[in-house]
Design a binder for this molecule. Structure first.
Ligand SMILES: [Zn+2]
Length: 90
């Protein structure tokens, strides 16, 4: 199940559309709190042009800590499509 653990990519990232609205939530893991649900609007994604990998950051809704996770290009695209903000500071 966790086959991509060796790459460091966040295999736990899962996006769920909120029924009947434009909102979506990202199920991710906070090291302190375990699995948490974060609105995709509160997620910022970095994916510098021309690079294979990127990362996203979110504020944990339970402990308030800012967390960063590595992602691949596909996941970055999915997050943007789901409403995450784009940070092109790369
Ligand atoms: Zn937390």
């Amino acid at each position: 199940m966790l086959k991509s653990a060796a790459t460091g990519v966040d295999a736990m990232a899962m996006i769920r559309r909120v029924e009947g609205s434009d909102e979506a939530t990202l199920s991710t893991r906070c090291p302190h709190c375990g699995i948490v649900e974060v609105p995709t609007l509160a997620v910022t994604v970095w994916h510098p042009h021309g690079e294979e990998g990127g990362r996203y950051s979110f504020i944990c809704p339970r402990c308030g800590a800012v967390k960063n996770k590595a992602i691949d290009a596909d996941t970055a695209g999915i997050l943007w499509a789901a409403g995450a903000s784009r940070a092109d500071d790369g």
